[in-house]
Design a binder for this molecule. Structure first.
Ligand code: ADP
Ligand code: MG
Length: 297
């Protein structure tokens, strides 16, 4: 489990993290979403042990991260800028990671080459941004980490490689129970894969939710009511639309209770649909600054 409590980090004038709170349960695929400058990379650099916070706590399984090699060995990260030496080939970097991480799984690394094909003799600096990311994925996954921390990992990848990479990550989660923290400036990139989402802005967590918790508390209903029938006033309607005679409602509440309540109006037709993560956040963020909504959605 990753826990940040009241994390503060300032750079001269900027408070990059301003009392950030975050909880990533074991085995979660946690999407950290926020506009550029929100503080995502700064948080991730604390998790990978590069920065030490000015205030607050950052714990992994109850242990502080900074200058704690035992904890750092369990984490693999893909930073926003992939590090390498100017003369290094892909194989040189692989040998570096193998020497630093005792658990580095060389056969697995080779095997990952089937999905993420790269000539090991090529210079890192001559690879495209997307190819560098693919190399970084192989380095990170081959460390066999308990926690994977990915800073905007999809940037620069084409749709085919995106799918490949997600397949590998989710396979790792299913097989080994890896926890994943992945950042993005766009919720849409993460909605199909994450089961937890945190939205941050200006160094603070605005909203942190699990998908199951969200889906249990919001439903989309399509219905046709008989002429003259009215919906119960007790319904908490977040959004309403109509196409011909079909009304579409987004309601807060649990599906079974809402369907019983609506059934009392004897609808001619009723269908309940699950909401996508994106739809949920549009309504969850309803009361928030328009600026943030338009930035992350
Ligand atoms: P994100 O990754 O969400 O785009 P960052 O964590 O990179 O955001 O940045 C958060 C804020 O902190 C920004 O205002 C950025 O300019 C500032 N910042 C980040 N790193 C540094 C640094 N090393 N020196 C000065 N300011 C920084
Ligand atoms: Mg960043």
């Amino acid at each position: 489990m990753i826990e940040a409590r009241n994390l503060v980090k300032s750079f001269e004038q900027t408070r990059a993290l301003d009392g950030l709170t975050l909880t990533v349960p074991d085995g979660a695929v946690y999407g950290l979403v926020g506009p550029n400058g929100a503080g995502k990379s700064t948080l991730i650099r604390h998790l990978t042990g590069i920065y030490r916070q000015d205030e607050g706590e950052l714990l992994i399984n109850g242990e502080p991260v900074y200058e704690n090699p035992a904890v750092k060995k369990t984490i693999a990260g893909i930073p926003d800028e992939i590090p390498y030496w100017s003369q290094a080939t892909v194989d040189d970097m692989m040998r570096f990671y193998a020497s630093v991480y005792p658990g580095f799984d060389r056969p697995y690394y080779e095997n990952l080459g089937k999905a993420l094909e790269l000539d090991g003799k090529r210079m890192m600096r001559k690879l495209s941004k997307g190819q560098q990311k693919m190399a970084a994925f192989r380095f990170a996954l081959a460390q066999r980490p308990d926690i994977l921390v990915l800073d905007e990992p999809l940037d620069g990848l084409d749709p085919v490689n995106r799918r490949t990479v997600w397949g590998l990550i989710l396979g790792d989660v299913a097989e080994r129970g890896t926890s994943v923290l992945v950042s993005s400036h766009n919720l849409r990139e993460l909605e199909d894969v994450c089961d937890h989402v945190g939205i941050m802005n200006r160094g603070k967590m605005l909203l942190e939710r699990s998908l199951s918790e969200l889906q249990e508390n919001m439903v989309k209903i399509q219905l046709v009511l008989p002429d003259g029938a009215e919906l119960p006033e007790s319904l908490n309607v977040l959004h309403e639309g109509q196409t011909g005679r079909v009304r579409q409602l987004i309601l807060r509440g649990r599906a079974e209770e809402l369907s019983a309540e609506i059934a009392a109006c004897e609808p001619l037709f009723m269908d309940m649909l699950p909401l996508t993560l994106e739809e949920i956040f549009i309504y969850e963020l309803g009361g928030m600054e328009h600026e943030i909504k338009s930035l992350v959605l």
